[in-house]
Design a protein around this ligand. Structure first.
Ligand code: APR
Length: 309
């Protein structure tokens, strides 16, 4: 357990994340920060009152400022506006960039040693903003996307195969958008290559559904975007850090030459432990996967050039 985890944004993703963090007792204190007066305080109080029933002792509170968050070990940024039907993640670009910039300034000031997990979209660009504004080293600014995209991919595969989700090992790399790269070549069912169990057409359909996994939910919800699986993803990363688990998870990391790319956040396999990103793992890719990863990187660089902050 660490001393303090802050969740910025007390909306759907933020509040669900804070509740999961508390239920897992990842920190002694959990602070949820939001700009809307009363909402983080009210949700925090409600969550704290679930503690005797759920049986956790993490003290959870809400706040509108950063005084209560000072000295956070981990800060999870979920602040921003969510996607509405028909909106791409890039449509959120400058609104959320302004929000993440303001949040990052506050974190750098009050929690200079924190590890930041970014969830706000467009994810890879928001990671860039957080890193640029805080000046934190790459070990301490990480984006949550690959874990979510991989969870969606694994869920769809488990459904198609009628097997336990636990037995699907997979990895989705690249940017968190339509260009993400699910690695069929590294997808196994308890070690059995998935290509031996599903035909190409079914696999391609699952890859396609994974790429549109977020949009499928936005279409149903109409007024917001996914939050149960995104919060699970962020909490899995926080857990790996808190307990120094050395988990190998696909996360958005600042590349410095890996995969032939530099100065860009992109989803790649990383080792997550108490130091944050302790290693970026470079795995062999098929020529097509390499080309697809390059295209995904282009799709991440393009909106960065449109940033007005
Ligand atoms: N500081 C703190 N909180 C802020 C700020 C800010 N500067 N600006 C906005 N917020 C808060 C809003 O008040 C709101 O409570 O962020 C919260 C966002 O919550 P929702 O609208 O419910 O959105 P949510 O579904 O939680 O998604 C948040 O995560 O997955 C991504 O694409 C999603 O970028 C979006 C983010």
């Amino acid at each position: 357990m660490v001393n303090l985890i802050t969740v910025v944004g007390a909306g759907n993703v933020g509040a669900t994340t804070a509740q999961r963090v508390a239920e897992k007792e990842l920190a002694r204190r959990v602070v949820m920060v939001d700009v809307v007066e009363g909402v983080p305080q009210g949700k925090g109080l409600d969550q704290w009152q679930s503690a005797p029933i759920e049986g956790f002792d993490s003290r959870i509170i809400g706040a509108n400022g950063y005084d209560e968050t000072a000295g956070s070990d981990i800060v999870i940024i979920t602040a921003g506006i969510a996607r509405k039907p028909g909106m791409s993640r890039d449509d959120l670009l400058n609104t959320n960039a302004g929000i993440v910039k303001q949040v990052s300034e506050q974190i750098a000031r009050t929690s200079p040693n924190a590890i930041i997990i970014v969830v706000s979209n467009p994810l890879d660009v928001m990671c860039y903003v957080a890193k640029k504004v805080t000046g934190f080293p790459r070990e301490r600014v990480i984006g949550m996307a690959g874990v979510l995209d991989t969870a969606r991919y694994r869920a769809f595969l488990a459904e198609a195969l009628d097997v336990s989700v636990r037995d699907i090992q997979a990895m989705v790399l690249g940017g968190h958008g339509d260009t993400m790269v699910p690695l069929i070549s590294y997808t196994t069912v308890s070690g059995i290559p998935v290509t031996q169990l599903l035909d190409r057409k079914t696999l391609d359909e699952i890859v396609d559904r994974t790429r549109n996994g977020g949009a499928e939910i936005v279409k149903y919800l109409k007024t917001g975007s996914a939050y149960y699986a995104p919060s699970s993803g962020a909490v899995q990363m926080a857990e790996a850090i808190v307990f120094d688990q050395k988990r190998v998870l696909p996360c958005a990391a600042w590349l410095q030459g890996e995969y032939g790319m530099s100065d860009i956040f992109l989803g790649v396999p990383v080792k997550l432990g108490r130091g944050g990103v302790e290693k970026v793992l470079e795995v062999e890719l098929t020529p097509k996967e390499r080309v697809d990863l390059g295209k995904s990187a282009e799709a991440v660089r393009e909106p960065i050039s449109k940033l007005t902050i």
